[in-house]
Design a binder for this molecule. Structure first.
Ligand SMILES: *[C@@H]1O[C@H](CO)[C@@H](O)[C@H](O)[C@H]1NC(C)=O
Ligand SMILES: *[C@@H]1O[C@H](CO)[C@@H](O)[C@H](O)[C@H]1NC(C)=O
Length: 382
């Protein structure tokens, strides 16, 4: 998310290069999505080198290999608590190598939100090693008490000025919602939903879709496809955390708010024109090429919401996601790599990115897990 400067590289990066994933382990649940999510995830792991990419990849690995531990599982909070996760599970062993154990933030970085993308992994690791709960607590202290605020109270994505990025919706807020469960803290859950609304109040312009960045440093009022996906998928994760935790069972009005905000983003995407079967890099701009990253993550949002609330997100959402999924299946090469993507380090780059976008690869995994879970729920067609 910060494409300003490379973050410090943890020593774990060296072992990352050798991080080989299991090929397929969920044989019982696996479905044919038309592409190979396991090959996609190996490319994702091989290419990831920044804090937000590590956190985004860890979430993808959790959904792929241990869906019962993710907030999309049927009972992710037994007895109202974060589950006792084995730290050797693929996602957690992967994430562990990047997480600072004794710093203010989970990764030393130049953005506020990006290190928080590893926060859910830290909390799960914390079930067997409390050092990681301490690390998660310091990360939340940074977000809630140190980071600058917009005039309406929205948490900045930049540490030196108040500037809001839609990208941060997938970084800080799924973590804060999950931390609310860890601490049995309904106030923190409410605050997290309220923050989503404050971010939306600034970033959603006159259209259904969100603008990318509002602030004095890197303002981008364009409707970046990827950042609409960050916002949509981030709120999908907050919503599921809230709904599946017994402590927030009564927070139905907040759940309804989140659903409405997610629906705006999906409806904005659905109304946007395609190029080669893919959403354009900027949703309202016909001069841009279609690319895989935003298409994959927004389609994943559609599948997740079709399962979550079939009345509010009926068959038309599934039909749209199915069509995108079939287009995407044609964009994966035999090595597992999807292209063309937008350059993940420069969203204004008009050159199609074909080297393998770490976030784009992760979004393809999200698309797979969302489709898999929709088929297994009997709502999507295999
Ligand atoms: C991160 O920053 C803290 C505080 O400046 C420092 O103590 C720590 O060594 C840094 N960690 C890494 C991995 O660079
Ligand atoms: C959470 O707090 C509530 C209210 O104080 C309490 O009834 C409940 O038992 C707590 N849950 C856990 C898992 O500690």
């Amino acid at each position: 998310m910060t494409r300003v400067k490379m973050p410090s590289v943890n020593p774990g990066l060296l072992s990352l290069l050798l991080f080989a994933l299991p090929k397929a382990v969920n044989a019982v649940n696996d479905v044919d999505a038309g592409f190979d999510p396991y090959a996609a995830s190996q490319v994702m792991v091989d290419k990831s080198s920044h804090s937000w990419e590590w956190g985004t990849a860890a979430e993808a690995l959790l959904e792929l290999y241990n869906p019962e531990l993710s907030v999309f599982g049927s009972n992710p909070f037994p007895n109202g608590k974060v589950p006792q996760a084995d730290p050797s599970t693929t996602a957690l062993a992967y994430a562990k190598q990047f997480i600072n154990r004794n710093s203010q933030t989970l990764v030393n970085d130049t953005a506020v939100g990006d290190p928080a993308s590893l926060g859910v992994s830290a909390i799960l690791l914390g079930q067997s090693d409390s050092v990681y709960i301490g690390a998660a607590n310091r990360e939340s202290d940074f977000l809630l008490n140190v980071a600058p605020r917009w005039s309406n109270g929205a948490i900045s994505h930049r540490p030196d000025v108040a500037e809001l990025w839609a990208d941060n919706m997938a970084m800080s807020f799924p973590f804060l919602a999950y931390l609310a469960v860890q601490h049995n803290d309904t106030s923190l859950m409410s605050l997290t939903v309220q923050q989503c609304g404050l971010q939306r109040a600034v970033l959603k312009g006159n259209s259904l879709s969100w603008q990318h960045i509002i602030g004095p440093q890197s303002q981008d009022t364009g409707l970046w496809s990827t950042s609409n996906g960050w916002a949509g998928y981030g709120m999908v994760r907050v919503l599921h955390t809230l709904q599946k935790w017994s402590g927030s069972a009564s927070m139905t009005s907040q759940a309804s708010q989140l659903k409405g905000w997610i629906k705006e983003i999906l409806d904005g995407a659905i109304q946007s024109s395609l190029d080669s079967g893919l959403l354009r890099n900027y949703l309202n701009d016909g001069s841009w090429f279609g690319e895989i990253s935003g298409t994959a993550v927004l389609s994943a949002v559609a599948y997740r919401m079709a399962v979550n609330d079939p009345n509010m997100f009926p068959q038309s959402y599934i039909t749209w996601a199915d069509s995108n999924r079939r287009s995407l299946a044609q964009k994966q090469n035999s090595g597992g790599l999807f292209s063309p993507a937008v350059n993940p380090y420069n969203w204004h780059d008009r050159t199609k990115y074909t080297a393998g976008s770490p976030e784009g690869q992760a979004f393809a995994v999200y698309l797979y897990t969302a489709y898999r879970d929709c088929v297994n729920a009997g709502i999507c067609q295999a």
